[in-house]
Design a protein around this ligand. Structure first.
Ligand code: SF4
Length: 786
């Protein structure tokens, strides 16, 4: 490889060079698949309707605790989590089945599958029990073969974690019966396996041939591609800071696909933070598909956005797309898997054609597709389906995390929760008597908290233990009500809103640690109490998720300082961190630093007239469309009011102003105006929707002015962060205020130059731009003049 430097120097495009270099080709003889018993059984033995009444079942921790309870009741000879492996050959295809039976007792030849629930096990629908029993029978078949057992007791045990009731479903099966069941299951899987094998061969051949989608590597792209390939090859972690315009999406996706061709990993997720990132990945994949790539990719979309029956329950009695869903699923899967790039429109079209739920179809496709394009929520949240898949799947998954600078803040939100007494009282109005009784117990626990002596707000390091059990009882009561009545969910929207908030609260409580604070606020009136579980530092939970992936590549235009971003994104100390050089010339963005104007809160009134004059001068000097960023709406309005007296300025400029609470349509207006005019002066909020994640190339945007350094507002929550970061990393102010602020500034600054032909100007206004601590955090690749 020609270059290994961190700077990227000497990594210009290298026309004609193959990527990756000098790698062995694919042998093409035997096609191998690794599959979990769970996925095999789910594919072959599910039938009938979608029925979510029994989900969410107990939380992960409750489920594990339930398993432990059962284990303690089993004899000493009982082996927990007994691993099974089996090789199945079908022509030139080899299927390696793997899994873990919950328990195997050699003394009594018992194979057990344990499931926890919060309802009367007698009410579990037969298709659900049949599915789990099928899983137990496959484990039993594999263990009978391995241990040459003539007779096996196969047991599915339901445990109601609330009542501790154990309900066993037991069958005695001969080895021949179990072998026949395994053979029938594999026969039912045969056509799908043959289709997967054909797709795999076509995929591998097409990926080996695949050329870089944009012809030659641009400056910097080859280095990114090499780092990504090497990281996946070694199963490591990397953090790449590369300026906008380098073409990061293609430079990251392409080597990841080449690595797939070389069996370095089997699947990948392109993790996005915003719609624009998802579109960019989909466009890049479509381009590669157009050039012959035959990998299958799937974009995940939120349930509310794709649901064909809004307002209905996800149940066969209520929604026609849930009725008989699993009977029509095989046809839908077969069409979808051969489609190639499955964006939202493609999934919806196939779902309509087969009359199946589009959301569930996407979920059921996950074990079979090569590439998933998904928002951070699907990978990192406490309910993330992809995280569960990655940790249980036999395939090695790599994560390509786009706009990774957003991950810590998004994760902090995903790992936090809030409950309010007002919501509880609303939920009480709309619920069944049993649920109301459970809610009343919660209310009593809240009243006891309210009576304790604390001020208007308090932060604590301990969870209110006396609240956790009553909250869990509400979950159980709602679960029973849902099980009794499929229409319970759509019929009780306020209760369900509280229920989902409650589930999140309990999930967060399960993950509680020293990096959390309980925030109690009295609020207004008797019902004003709220209980926040505030995640201060998401790195512990993020690192658990990052560690489950084969490789993680986090990339963005703003990941500095590296030690801060590496820690907060949950990457390991061994992660390779690189900042690449800009592909642009320094002169393409002329940045002026106006350090004579103090924009700190207390000085704003005094400095407003001078600031208004300075901005007006900049708008006169900088032709073309310009966005002026302010730290708050109030400050923006007051300075703009002063500027509006300058009639000649507005004779030349078209004004657009961001306001709080604008609708999507109102926000879209700015993009329309920028497209149709070349004299726009838009006044927006720093850190808001117009300061990052938007692409305005060429004449769409020629200049930006940034007022202030973007420091977050001082408040009790931010101060908690500062104290935590001081204690954990010895850098409280930097981690809680300075670094996040300057990241926002760098993002806003990065809006202007988006391609090799873009040129523009920028103005940064604040005395602190003259201070080394702030100045050193500005991107090094532009010219700065005071
Ligand atoms: S179409 Fe909507 S209501 Fe029907 S199963 Fe899917 S998500 Fe649920």
């Amino acid at each position: 490889m020609p270059c290994r430097t961190a700077s990227g120097a000497g990594c210009d495009s290298s026309p004609g060079k193959a990527f990756p270099p000098a790698l062995p080709g694919w042998s093409g003889r035997m096609t191998e698949f690794r599959l979990s018993v769970r996925d095999l059984v789910a594919f072959c033995h599910r039938s009938g309707d979608i029925d979510h009444r029994y989900t969410p079942s107990p939380t992960g921790e409750q489920g594990m605790e339930g398993h432990q309870r059962i284990y303690r009741r089993r004899p000493e000879s009982y082996l927990r989590e007994y691993p099974v492996r089996y090789r199945h050959q079908q022509g030139d295809i080899e299927l390696q089945l793997r899994g873990r039976a919950d328990g195997f007792d050699p003394a009594s030849a018992l194979v057990e599958e344990i499931k926890t629930c919060r309802v009367d096990p007698g009410n579990i629908p037969p298709p659900v029990s049949r599915l789990h029993l099928a899983q137990a029978r496959i484990y039993a078949a594999l263990i009978a073969e391995e241990r040459s057992l003539d007779e096996v007791a196969v047991q599915l045990t339901w445990l109601n974690i609330d009542t501790d009731e154990e309900v066993p479903l037991r069958q005695s099966c001969s080895r021949a019966e179990l072998r026949a069941f395994l053979t029938d299951t594999l026969a039912a899987f045969a056509d799908w396996l043959a289709l997967l094998a054909r797709r795999r061969r076509d995929r591998q051949a097409s990926l080996l041939r695949l050329a870089f989608p944009h012809g030659e590597f641009r400056r910097g792209q080859r280095l990114v591609a090499e780092l990504v390939y090497k990281c996946i090859d070694q199963g490591g972690q990397a953090m790449l800071e590369a300026p906008t315009g380098i073409g990061k999406t293609a430079a990251v996706l392409y080597p990841a696909l080449k690595a797939m061709a070389e069996n370095k990993h089997e699947a990948l997720v392109f993790v996005t933070a915003r719609t624009v990132g998802r579109r960019s990945a989909e466009d890049c994949l479509a381009l590669m598909a157009g050039a012959g790539m035959q990998a299958s990719s799937l974009s995940l979309t939120a349930k509310e956005s794709v649901c064909f029956s809004p307002g209905k329950a996800c149940h066969g009695d209520d929604c026609p797309f849930a009725r008989g869903y699993y009977d029509r699923l095989p046809g839908a899967l077969a069409e979808a898997i051969q489609h190639g790039v499955l964006d939202r429109a493609a999934v919806e079209r196939i779902a309509r054609a087969h009359e199946v739920c589009p959301y569930q179809l996407a979920q059921d496709l996950l074990p079979w597709v090569d590439i998933v394009v998904a928002d951070m929520h699907y990978v990192y949240s406490l309910t993330a389906g992809l995280d569960r898949l990655i940790s249980g799947d036999e395939r090695r998954w790599s994560l390509l995390v786009d706009e990774a600078h957003n991950l810590p803040e998004r994760a902090r939100q995903m790992y936090s929760a809030r409950l309010s007494k007002a919501e509880l009282m609303r939920a009480k109005r709309s619920s069944s008597p049993a649920v109301r009784r459970a809610l009343e117990r919660v209310n009593r626990a809240l009243l006891a908290l309210q009576k304790e002596a604390w001020g208007e707000e308090v932060f604590r390091q301990e969870l209110p233990a006396e609240l956790v059990n009553p909250l869990a009882e509400v979950v159980a009561a709602v679960g029973r009500a849902m099980a009794d009545d499929p229409r319970f969910v759509p019929a009780n929207p306020e209760l369900m809103a509280f229920y989902f908030a409650l589930l999140q609260w309990l999930r967060v409580a399960e993950n509680w640690g020293r990096d959390y604070r309980l925030q109690l606020q009295r609020g207004d009136g008797k019902q004003g109490l709220s209980l926040g579980l505030n995640c201060l530092d998401p790195s512990r939970l993020l690192s658990q998720r990052q560690a489950r992936a084969h490789a993680v590549i986090a990339f963005s235009a703003t990941l500095s300082p590296q030690h801060w971003m590496r820690q907060l994104t949950g990457l390991s100390e061994a992660a390779v961190c690189r900042r690449l050089e800009s592909p642009f010339a320094a002169e393409q963005l002329r940045v002026e630093l106006e350090t004579a104007i103090d924009t700190r809160y207390r000085q704003r009134e005094a400095s407003a007239p001078g600031l208004a004059r300075r901005l007006a001068r900049f708008l006169r000097e900088a032709p073309g469309n310009c966005i002026v960023y302010f730290p708050s709406y109030r400050y923006l309005a007051s300075v703009l009011a002063l500027m509006q007296a300058d009639a000649p300025l507005w004779a030349e400029r078209r004004l657009w102003q961001q306001r709080p609470g604008q609708s999507l349509e109102e926000r879209d207006e700015l993009f329309q105006i920028l497209r149709s005019h070349h004299n726009v002066a838009a006044f927006c909020i720093l850190g808001g929707v117009f300061s990052e994640g938007i692409d305005l190339p060429g004449e769409l945007l020629s200049a930006v002015a940034i007022v202030g350094v973007g420091l977050p507002q001082v408040g009790s929550e931010r101060e908690n962060l500062r104290q935590w970061y001081q204690q954990a990393y010895g850098a409280g102010f930097e981690y809680a205020y300075l670094y996040p602020a300057m990241q926002k500034v760098d993002q806003a600054l990065g809006r202007v130059v988006r391609s090799a032909t873009d040129c523009g100007r920028a103005l940064l206004v604040d005395t602190r731009y003259g201070w080394p601590a702030y100045r050193s955090l500005l991107p090094p690749w532009w010219c700065y003049r005071e």
